[in-house]
Design a protein around this ligand. Structure first.
Ligand code: GLV
Ligand code: MG
Length: 360
């Protein structure tokens, strides 16, 4: 008897390359071959069921890179329909310009998701950039949303494909992260969902993201018997690294998700910065005070950008080796510099004041 191993199953489940970019329904738009390059330093969550929040949307649009109407967790069960209708109203009443318009729909096994997706695509599918899907466990979840979106796009004559963003927040999802990233040309990226992931993994924390005072490393005892230092470690390091590799290998963007302690902006900044340094392009902002933190962290440092520009100028064709301020530069550091300068250019399109700071 032949027992398929996991590699065998992967090969069987992969689509033929020629079919990967075909629309999944007659009349649906063709998927993007390359994702639109946009600054996405913060995905700002708002509760669309609250009428008083609607008045603040125009001001938020000008401040943030992405605005997201949340329909899932944090919206009470008896307000789910109001939230959906509120999101459609906000999407219709505002112009978003270069700011991304996203929604987070309810989980795929919930009683609300079918109407979330169909009413939103039917109502404002031509304005929606990205649909965030929670609790994604494997490529099968993406395939379902992909097919359903294609049918709805065809039905409502949507011209631009709606992209999918998966939240990585279950142990099974983390195990299948590479297959999720490669599941569809609609995949835009992924966010770490530390709250649901902690519950799914049976981690012993009640916090939404960030560190834990008991997770760390104790220094060896010293000969003089003096006090041993204990240094807190990043609980999310492994998952963020795994997510960044899966995303980048498939041309997607990786994001740190929520930081729940709204009052502790220093800890929020430290967590966002770890994610940024490891390759994430942005994080969620759950409160207006976190917008500035994300902007500060996910915009590259002006001094680093200036140094990166010097590397590019010193090595016009990106090869060879040169010394700059006593530091060796070669093809690899040229590529690092290019990442930095490209990001600075992208961010400058959204933030004219940063453009002059970078000297672009
Ligand atoms: C986000 O949805 C989380 O569960 O952390
Ligand atoms: Mg969650």
């Amino acid at each position: 008897m032949i027992t398929p191993n996991s590699d065998h199953r992967k090969n069987v489940l992969m689509k033929l390359p020629a079919n990967f970019y075909k629309p999944l329904a007659a009349g649906a738009p063709a998927p993007f071959r390359e994702l639109p390059a946009r600054s996405e330093r913060m995905i700002h969550f708002f509760p669309p069921q609250l009428e008083k929040v609607h008045a603040k949307i125009p001001a938020l649009i000008s401040q943030v890179d992405v605005i997201l109407g949340n329909l899932e967790d944090a919206i009470p069960a008896d307000k789910k329909e109001e939230a959906r209708k509120g999101f459609i109203k906000v999407a219709k009443e505002n112009e978003f310009g270069s700011t991304g318009l996203w929604t987070r729909v309810n989980a795929l096994n919930s009683p609300w998701v079918l109407d979330d997706i169909s009413e939103i695509v039917g109502g404002v599918g031509d304005k929606l950039d990205v649909m965030m899907v929670p609790k994604v466990e494997g490529p099968w979840d993406i395939h379902f949303v992909d097919q359903y979106l294609s049918l709805l796009e065809a039905k409502h004559s949507i011209k631009k494909p709606i992209l999918i963003h998966a939240i990585l927040e279950t142990a099974e999802g983390v195990k299948n992260v590479e297959e999720i990233a490669a599941a569809s040309p609609r995949m835009q990226g992924m966010s770490l969902g530390p709250a649901d992931l902690a519950a799914s993994r049976r981690m012993k924390t009640t916090r939404v993201g960030g560190g834990h005072p008991s997770y760390g490393v104790l220094a060896d005892p010293s000969d003089d018997g003096g006090p041993r230092s204990f240094v807190q470690q990043d609980l999310w390091h492994y998952t963020v690294a795994k997510m960044v590799d899966a995303c980048v290998a498939n041309g997607l963007s990786a994001f740190y998700g929520p930081f729940g302690d709204i009052a502790d902006l220093d800890a929020c900044e430290a967590q966002f910065r770890n994610a940024f340094l490891m390759g994430c392009v942005g994080a969620w902002s759950l409160h207006p005070s976190q917008i500035a933190v994300a902007k500060k962290v996910f915009s590259p440092d002006p001094e680093e950008v200036k140094f990166a520009m010097r590397i590019l100028e010193a090595m016009p064709d990106g090869t060879g080796a040169v010394m700059l301020d006593g530091k060796m530069q070669d093809d690899a550091t040229w590529k690092q510099a290019k990442v930095m300068v490209d990001l600075a250019k992208q961010v400058s399109q959204k933030d004219p004041e940063l453009k002059s700071t970078y000297g672009l």
